[in-house]
Design a protein around this ligand. Sequence first.
Ligand SMILES: NC(=O)c1ccc[n+]([C@@H]2O[C@H](COP(=O)([O-])OP(=O)(O)OC[C@H]3O[C@@H](n4cnc5c(N)ncnc54)[C@H](OP(=O)(O)O)[C@@H]3O)[C@@H](O)[C@H]2O)c1
Length: 293
Amino acid sequence: MSTINQSGTFTLGNRTVKRLGYGAMQLAGPGVFGPPRDRDAALAVLREAVAFGVNHIDTSDFYGPHVTNRLIREALAPYPDDLVIVTKIGARRGEDGSWLPAFSPEALTQAVHDNLRNLGLDVLEVVNLRIMFSVHGPAEGSIEAPLTVVAELQRRGLVRHIGLSNVTPAQVAEGRRICEIVCVQNQYNLAHRTDDALIDDLARDAIAYVPFFPLGGFNPLQSSTLSDVAARLGATPMRVALAWLLRRAPNILLIPGTSSVAHLQENLAAAELDLPEDALVALDGIAASADCA
Ligand SMILES: NC(=O)c1ccc[n+]([C@@H]2O[C@H](COP(=O)([O-])OP(=O)(O)OC[C@H]3O[C@@H](n4cnc5c(N)ncnc54)[C@H](OP(=O)(O)O)[C@@H]3O)[C@@H](O)[C@H]2O)c1
């Protein structure tokens, strides 16, 4: 049995999840487009994640598109009672695999129905509205129109809780005036710390912060400081990077992505890694230095 219980728990919406979860995006084909190279391996990763105790899985119907949701359903349905599947809407894929905004009321409503059907659920536990105002990251602009549509889908009983993704602090504040926001999913890791203040603000209000690219994304983090700390602790750099995130704030929920059972095991082992004070100081310095690729 794995030790992921040591990661602790957090209340997401009205469900308790372990702070170490799993992100399913890496299970689709190259470029998150099309089917996986090895379908059986993808199904095995999902089953192992749950067997190791994961009860929070992040996905979207635009991974593939439809691929990861269908894999999740095939691997895991009927779902364990404690499993919380979080999905996101607001984008669609072009014929060439491009990522396109999909914010019209019709597109958002269709996306909720697609997620329900492909996951085999009657209600989506948490839906993140993924903002797509810029390809380079969060960009200012009102989110009222699309968020009001998602709030209406919540009133209709298709969505239980709402989150936001790829948003600025001003958009989080605007969103919270429109409906209850239970989580924010933005890019954040040892080397990319734009959201430091936002994380602390959300922690004060018991709102989850779920970093995407916790390991650096498609090009995993490389830093000599991270490697040195990992060597000193007898751990791998990825495990240390996740352990640092768990220590960073109590409202951080991890969804590292992998297509490999071996990497999954390594990542979940972050829960039991204790980071001594001098390691924390060294890791905290990475973002400010140029020591990261
Ligand atoms: N809201 C958004 O806009 C958004 C955007 C991106 C992602 N997400 C979500 O966030 C989740 C996490 O992000 P991510 O999967 O893109 O990036 P990530 O977790 O930072 O890193 C995934 C990459 O790291 C590799 N990796 C994982 N574990 C490893 C290990 N122990 N050792 C070495 N390499 C390892 C993976 O390759 P292998 O497959 O070979 O392990 C993959 O290339 C996604 O799965 C998705 O659910 C959300």
